[in-house]
Ligand binder design. Structure first.
Ligand code: DHB
Ligand code: FE
Length: 286
């Protein structure tokens, strides 16, 4: 049975890739953000996941507005990045795990999530930046299962639907026969709006509410409609849907291990959260 060790949620702002390329981690602008990853590095070194399920949103590299699935999952052996036009270097590719991908696909469809299956899938900054932040200077030492959620073209799936998607993934992982250590990642957010009259909009109070309640009080968050979420978090703050899916996949007793919140990175309220998941077996052993 796969063991879901926990979740990491992080901002995926492309400018982070430029800061890494220019070795700016200790610059006063960047230091408070990058320092938030020291804990993540120690935790990952201790926990040693084999696989990472990554809930993220594609921004036009693999899917464009002409064809945009609500939910899509990768089933490839390898995921490549390409030049997205942010002035950042093209990232390393990441390894896939097709056997686990097909297990998840079968389970999700049986569970009435009619997900788009992608045997060829480019990963954009919403996957590559978090991997570089978590495992700096190396190819991520995990196989990944990318799951993309449409946060770009309305209508978007609701917070409740994304929570349920995550829960379905969590159940599917628990029924996987191999002994794997699985990390769940959710990327994007928190509040930000890149365009329109409210460009630059941030909402610290709402971000705090999200951070305070994601681990153990999702009921306090899921009643926000997509319209409410755009109003509270900004047009791109809806990327919080990825965080909610991540939380859904944590099936055991969840506790917060670490958080970092720093305003702003580029146009975004940058946040990092580490959640521990204690499964039934681990709880009984304790
Ligand atoms: C920014 C944030 C994002 O989530 C993104 O996908 C692109 C840019 C930003 O703040 O610059
Ligand atoms: Fe984004």
């Amino acid at each position: 049975m796969a063991n879901i060790i926990g979740g990491v949620a992080t901002t995926h702002v492309p400018a982070i890739g430029k800061a890494i390329a220019d070795s700016k981690q200790n610059d006063p602008y960047w230091k408070p953000f990058f320092d938030g990853f020291d804990y993540v590095h120690r935790w990952l070194a201790r926990e040693k996941p084999d696989v990472a399920v990554v809930f993220y949103n594609d921004h036009g590299l693999n899917f464009f507005l002409d064809k945009l699935p609500t939910f899509a999952i990768g089933a490839a052996t390898e995921y490549r990045n390409e030049d997205e036009g942010w002035g950042i270097p093209v990232s390393r590719s990441a390894a896939g795990d097709p056997a686990l991908s097909w297990h998840l696909i079968n389970a999700l469809v049986a569970d009435e999530f009619d997900i788009t299956m992608c045997q060829d899938m480019l990963i954009d900054h919403a996957v590559t930046i978090p991997l570089e932040l978590m495992w700096p200077g190396q190819r991520a030492p995990v196989r990944i299962i990318p799951i993309s959620i449409n946060t770009v073209q309305h209508p978007l799936p609701s917070l409740t639907r994304c929570l349920k998607l995550g829960q379905s993934v969590g159940r599917a992982l628990q029924s996987y026969p191999q002994d794997l250590r699985v990390l769940i990642i959710g990327t994007g957010g928190l509040s930000h709006q890149l365009d329109g009259e409210r460009a630059g909009f941030l909402n610290k109070e709402f971000d705090q509410l999200c951070l305070d309640n994601l681990a153990n009080n999702t009921q306090k968050l899921i009643h926000y409609s997509i319209h409410d979420l755009v109003e509270q978090a900004g047009a791109q703050g809806v990327e919080f849907l990825n965080w909610m899916a991540m939380r859904g996949a944590l099936t055991g007793k969840v506790s917060e291990l670490h958080r970092n919140y720093h305003i702003p990175i580029s146009n975004t309220a940058a946040a990092t959260l580490v959640l521990q998941n204690k499964g039934e077996a681990a709880r009984q052993a304790a």
